[in-house]
Design a protein. Structure first.
Length: 263
């Protein structure tokens, strides 16, 4: 397995520039010990510059954004242009996070942002996920619709440049014990790839990267990575505590070793 990612979504933390810089420096130290995993840091937009500077040029570290405008410039109060992100050296952008969908971001806008990101060579990390699970399996329809609309109008040759992050809303912001089980994650990963295959081909679907997000901590990272058939994680609260982030990286790396032995 290549291209394994641990994406840190710092959300609205920290609230001081100096703290953001120090956090980036601490995580840089930690991440350099686990070279098989690429750590992508997504700080709040005002700190992207200072965090990018602190990271410097290290192969398994990258800068990402928490959101991105679908327009490159113009009258868009409060938006961040892909050109600005590129200028700061950001190579990833989280798109369609449930916390933004909740504020009214539509599938249509998310699709526009994905296509813009691709145009500017920024890798979109597209969040999908159901609010709750129902016994009839209607939640699968929610995921299907989110994937279908995300990929609308995207050339099949570009599919592999998109990363889907499966983040069920019910699992966000809790603890490792309330997160997804590896078995359920495996089933979702399969479902996501089947859905993509239905819109393209099995080969394309197999080449796409799927991440999991929702209460990933050191405690569950190893089992989820080993049994969940994912390419990594989108991490919230554990990404702003260097020791916890290190524990995630450490457990992912150990799980990867076990997977490689099985191959
Ligand atoms: P937590 O890891 O805090 O549950 O957050 C997940 C998330 O929303 C990452 O985008």
């Amino acid at each position: 397995m290549t291209n394994i990612l641990a994406v840190g979504n710092w959300k609205m933390n920290p609230v001081k520039k100096k703290d953001a810089e120090n956090l980036a420096k601490d995580i840089k130290k930690v991440a350099q010990k686990y070279k098989k995993v690429t750590a992508v840091l997504c700080p709040p937009a005002p700190y992207a510059d200072v965090v990018g500077g602190a990271l410097g040029r290290v192969k398994n570290l990258a800068l990402g954004a928490q959101d991105m405008s679908w327009q490159e410039k113009g009258s868009r109060t409060g938006h961040v242009s892909p050109l600005m992100l590129k200028d700061l050296g950001a190579t990833y952008a989280i798109i369609g996070h449930s916390e933004l969908r909740e504020l009214g971001e539509t599938d249509e806008v998310i699709n526009k942002k994905i296509r813009t990101a691709l145009l500017y060579g920024i890798t979109p990390i597209v969040c999908i996920g159901e609010r709750e699970r129902d016994e009839n399996g209607f939640y699968l329809g929610v995921i299907h619709k989110q994937i279908e609309s995300a990929l609308q109008g995207v050339l099949k040759k570009d599919f592999s440049s998109i990363i889907f992050a499966y983040e069920p809303i019910w699992a966000i912001g809790k603890s490792a014990r309330d997160a997804m089980t590896p078995h359920d994650l495996y089933e979702m990963s399969l479902y996501i790839k089947k859905t993509i295959a239905g819109l393209s081909s099995k080969t394309i679907a197999m080449n796409m990267r799927v991440l999991y997000g929702g209460s990933v901590e050191g405690e569950n990272a190893g089992a989820l990575f080993e049994g969940g058939d994912v390419n990594g994680f989108l991490i919230g609260h554990a990404s702003i505590v260097p020791s916890e982030f290190e524990s995630v990286l450490e457990n992912m790396t150990a799980a990867l070793k076990r997977l490689e032995k099985k191959e």
